[in-house]
Ligand binder design. Structure first.
Ligand code: C5P
Length: 405
C-alpha cells in the first residue's frame, strides 16, 4: 500500500550524510522521505561511512551513493555540478559541527561541501552533536549565521546522547525531519494562525493506591495528529493521558492521569480554540470511591461501584462558542451506522471511525484504516497506512472543511 500523500509532486532531494553517530538513522530517513514522494540521492562525507555503509544507503535510495569528488566514474555518470543542479532541495542530516562550520566559511573540501556551494537549492540542516559542542558559542554563532542566510535548521532535539550526556544536540527523529522537510518543500501550512486542542492516550482511574481501571490506548494516533497539526502551521496543545511516547516537537503538552483531570485541563484550555480533536480513549467509568488504603482480598467476590465519567468531546461540542469538533469511534460492528449515530448524538463536525476487529490495526498498533464521516453526510475512506500518514490526511481534511466554511 502506498503511503504517499496528496502533497507530493516528486521533488529531487539531495541528502548529505556527515560523520556523526546519528548517521545510522539515515536509512530510515531515506525511506521516510521516499514515502513522501521525494526522489532521493545521497552524498556522504568520508566520515559518514564510518557510521553507515554506502551500500545500505544505495539500497534504500535506489541510486548509487556519491562520495568522492575525484571519482572519475561517478563524475562521468553524474558530476558534482550536475548533482548540484539536479537538487530541488538540499538536506544535511546529520549535520556535524564540522560540516556546519565549513558551510559557514564557504569551504569546498569534499563532495558535499562543494555541492552546497555550487547549488541554488534551499538548504536544510539537522544538526547532531554532543550537547557541549552544540552549546559552544562558536557553534551557536555558526548556526545564527546560517539561519540569517536562509538555511533552515531542523532541531536539534534534546535528551540522552550516544556519549551518555543529556542535553540538546540529538538529531531529530527521521519521521520528524521528513515531515518538516515535506511541509517546507511544499509550503503547505493550511492551519497557520489556528489553535488546535487535542486529547490523546488512555485515562487511568484509581481504585486504590495500587490498582486502577484503564485501557490499551497507546496515544500514537493523537500524538501523530498533534505533529501533523503543528507541521500544518497550527499552535497545538496536547492533553495527554499516561503514554510512553516522546513529546512532539514544538507542541505544548499537558499531562493528566484521570478522566476528571483531562476534563479540567480541556475546560481550562478550550477558550479561543479553532479545532478540537478528541482522540483520547477516555475511560467510560471510574470508581465512586477511591480507597486510600490498599483493598484487602478478604471476600470471594467484591463489588466495585462505578460512576459515569464526563463525556469531554460532547461537552466541547455543546458549547455555545464551539470550535470545529472531531471525534473518534472504535467500533466492532456496523462501523458506519454506529459512527454516524455518535456523530449526531455528540453533535460533532467530523468523526474518524475504525473497525477494531481488523487484526494489526487500530488500538496500540502502528497502522490503521479510517472512515471519515462528516456532518453533511460526506464520507471518505482512508486506506491502511501508518498513523503518521493518516494523521496528515485527517489534518488535510479538517483544513479543507474549515476553508469551505
Ligand atoms: O462514546 P465513545 O467513547 O465511543 O466516543 C469516542 C469519542 O468520544 C472519542 O473521540 C473520545 O475521545 C471521546 N470521549 C470523550 N470523553 C468520554 C468518552 C469519549 O471525550 N468520556
Amino acid at each position: 500500500m502506498s503511503e504517499k500523500t496528496s502533497f507530493n509532486q516528486n521533488k529531487n532531494l539531495l541528502l548529505g550524510v556527515t560523520g556523526g553517530i546519528a548517521a545510522y538513522k539515515c536509512a530510515d530517513l531515506v525511506r521516510r522521505l521516499k514515502e513522501r514522494g521525494f526522489n532521493v540521492r545521497v552524498v556522504m562525507t568520508p566520515g559518514a561511512s564510518e557510521f553507515i555503509t554506502p551500500m545500505t544507503l544505495q539500497a534504500v535510495s535506489g541510486h548509487p551513493v556519491h562520495q568522492d569528488i575525484f571519482d572519475q566514474a561517478m563524475e562521468a555518470a553524474m558530476g558534482h555540478i550536475e548533482l548540484a543542479k539536479w537538487a530541488d532541495l538540499l538536506l544535511i542530516a546529520p549535520a556535524t559541527a564540522n560540516t556546519i562550520a565549513k558551510i559557514v566559511h564557504g569551504k569546498a573540501d569534499n563532495l558535499l561541501t562543494t555541492i552546497v556551494l555550487a547549488s541554488k537549492a534551499p538548504l536544510m540542516i539537522a544538526p547532531a552533536m554532543n550537547q557541549q559542542m552544540w552549546a559552544n558559542s562558536v557553534t551557536q554563532s555558526n548556526i545564527e549565521k546560517l539561519s540569517h542566510s536562509g538555511v533552515t535548521v531542523l532541531g536539534p532535539g534534546a535528551g540522552e546522547q550516544a556519549c551518555g550526556d543529556i542535553g540538546a544536540g540529538r538529531m531529530l527523529e527521521p519521521l520528524d525531519i521528513a515531515q518538516q522537510v515535506q511541509s517546507i518543500a511544499y509550503g503547505d501550512k493550511p492551519l497557520t494562525g489556528k489553535k488546535v486542542l487535542i486529547t490523546a492516550g488512555p485515562t487511568v482511574e484509581a481504585i486504590d493506591p495500587v490498582r486502577f481501571i484503564s485501557n490499551h490506548s497507546s496515544g500514537k494516533m493523537g500524538y501523530a495528529i498533534a505533529k501533523a497539526a503543528k507541521i500544518a502551521g497550527a499552535e497545538v496543545h496536547l492533553i495527554s493521558g499516561p503514554v510512553s511516547i516522546g513529546e512532539p516537537f514544538g507542541v505544548q503538552v499537558t499531562r493528566v492521569t484521570s478522566a476528571a483531570q483531562m476534563f479540567d485541563a480541556v475546560k481550562n484550555s478550550v477558550e479561543g480554540v479553532d479545532i478540537f480533536v478528541g482522540c483520547a480513549a477516555v475511560a467510560d467509568y471510574s470508581p465512586v470511591e477511591v480507597s486510600c488504603q490498599k483493598i484487602k482480598k478478604n471476600d470471594e467476590e467484591m463489588c466495585l461501584l462505578l460512576k459515569r465519567n464526563p463525556d469531554i468531546l460532547a461537552w466541547v461540542a455543546n458549547r455555545a462558542e464551539r470550535p470545529y469538533v472531531v471525534g473518534f469511534a472504535a467500533e466492532s460492528q456496523s462501523l458506519k451506522f454506529y459512527a454516524n449515530k455518535k456523530l449526531e448524538k455528540k453533535k460533532l463536525d467530523m468523526i474518524c471511525a475504525n473497525d477494531i476487529c481488523c487484526e494489526g490495526l487500530g488500538f496500540n498498533s502502528e497502522d490503521n484504516q479510517l472512515l471519515l464521516l462528516d456532518k453533511s453526510g460526506e464520507e471518505k475512506l482512508l486506506n491502511v497506512a501508518s498513523k503518521e500518514v493518516l494523521a496528515q490526511q485527517i489534518i488535510e481534511q479538517i483544513a479543507m472543511k474549515l476553508n469551505e466554511a
